[in-house]
Ligand binder design. Structure first.
Ligand SMILES: Cc1ncc(COP(=O)(O)O)c(C=O)c1O
Length: 426
């Protein structure tokens, strides 16, 4: 063996996995068990005291989930990861480790509608507040920072609008104010964008989407970039202060550059409980094995469909950064040279009514609230995912009344175009 690190395709298949030590099983087994037998009393005590790594109970660790955690950490280039029950759970446990009651964070205004709701409403119950900033204007993030600001949150490619975020510019703002930058990398996946290479400190995923990739399992991931210095920083007590739950242990000192991932696991996941089922971890792992192939095909197909729609008479505009005329094309070339992903929006000249009609008339496209499936998907955000938002919030999030969102699958693009043309004619 040389010192050369394995490539992305190899990591997508092998990282974290080995033939099962007791059976030789080559695929990662599903360890469908709640709990694990201790060697003896001392072993049990050392596991409970965080003096040894190992399994106690599947709410906190599980060997199938551990393979998924190692794999995403390797693909993102992070130090450690945590698998959880959903993308929302990943966002929540991340904020739980960063925020105290009365704290604030600054978030991009171009986010998945569910995240906007979560931040605006549910987080209030914890005493956390969000300040919204303009995704295209890094200075607006800086202007929203106060002494209580604990993080900046954005998406690498924003759902639903086909918006590319200038992660490097936001990371410079975060570094200047010594707060972590959290990037939701769901839409890009590490195949298209690796946020740590652009200065992010924490990456979260809805593994439900392209990582799993087959529309069959809900899951979430948190990846620790290992870059933020928590030790000695009293603003982040979960990582930097003695923990009464663990005999005064300071997680950032004991676990160094993966102290954040440990805090999410042993304080967040342990106490709040949104653990990922090993069966879902198994399905997501299977998905990741073909991630590079699928993401390339998703992006290639999306570009063909976007080009077709851009010259269609019923279409007012197409927002896909892969198009040379798109306002985010320059950022796309910089951040995602392999392709601009599968998801994009377009506007119908016929407005809200035309959007509702289109989704009813498509046949090959499935009308549903998801992205990142092998199948092509369609939704009219204003009447579904973004309906709780005010009109102003809808437009700010790229989900105005005339907007239709597509998640382009792996079918033959000619068939997708025929389906769209037929539905637009009808
Ligand atoms: C970008 C993004 N982040 C987070 C989520 C939430 O993920 P989940 O549905 O797995 O909770 C979604 C879901 O659509 C999403 O698109």
């Amino acid at each position: 063996m040389t010192d050369r690190l394995p490539g992305f395709n190899t990591l997508a298949i092998h990282a974290g996995a080995a033939p099962d030590a007791s059976t030789g099983a080559r695929a990662t087994p599903i360890y469908q068990t709640t709990s694990f037998v201790f060697d003896d009393v001392d072993h049990a005590a050392s596991l409970f005291g965080l003096q040894a790594f190992g399994n106690i109970y599947s709410r906190i660790t599980n060997p199938t989930n551990a393979v998924l955690e190692e794999r995403i950490a390797a693909l993102e280039g992070g130090t450690a990861a945590l698998a959880v029950a959903s993308g929302h759970a990943a966002e929540f446990l991340t904020m739980h480790a960063l925020m105290q009651p009365g704290d604030e964070f600054v978030a991009s205004n171009k986010l998945y509608g569910g995240s906007i709701n979560q931040f605006n409403h549910s987080y209030k119950n914890f005493g956390w507040s969000v300040a919204w900033a303009d995704n295209d204007d890094p200075a607006s993030f800086e202007a929203a920072i106060t002494p209580r600001t604990k993080a900046i949150f954005c998406e690498s490619i924003a759902n639903p609008g086909g918006v590319i975020t200038d992660i490097k510019a936001l990371s410079e703002v975060a570094k200047k104010h010594n707060i972590p930058l959290v990037v939701d990398n769901t839409m890009a996946t590490p195949y298209l964008i690796r946020p740590f290479e652009h200065g992010a400190d924490i990456v979260v995923h809805s593994a439900t989407k392209f990582l799993g990739g087959h529309g069959n399992s809900i899951g979430g991931l948190i990846v620790d970039g290992g870059s933020f210095q928590w030790a000695g920083d009293a603003r982040y007590p979960m990582m930097s202060q003695p923990r009464p739950e663990y005999s005064g242990m300071v997680l950032a000192e004991t676990f160094g550059n993966f102290g954040f991932a440990i805090a999410c696991r042993v304080l967040g996941l342990r106490d709040l409980g949104p653990s990922l089922s090993p069966f879902n971890a198994f399905l997501i792992l299977n998905g990741i094995e073909t991630l590079p192939l699928r993401m390339q095909r998703h992006s290639d197909n999306a570009l063909v469909v976007a080009k077709h729609l851009a010259q269609h008479e019923a279409v007012a505009w197409v927002s896909y950064p892969g198009l040379e005329t798109d306002r985010y094309h320059a950022l796309a070339k910089r951040y995602t040279p392999n392709g601009a992903g599968a998801v994009f929006t377009f506007g119908l000249k016929g407005g809200y009514e035309a959007g509702v009609k289109l989704v009813s008339n498509l046949q090959l496209f499935s009308h549903l609230a998801n992205i990142g499936d092998t199948r092509s998907l369609v939704i009219h955000p204003a009447s579904t995912t973004h309906r709780q938002l005010t009109d102003a919030q809808k437009s700010a999030a790229g989900a105005g009344p005339e907007v239709v969102r597509l998640s382009i699958g792996l079918e033959d693009p000619a068939d997708l175009i025929e389906d769209l043309d037929g539905a637009l004619r009808a």
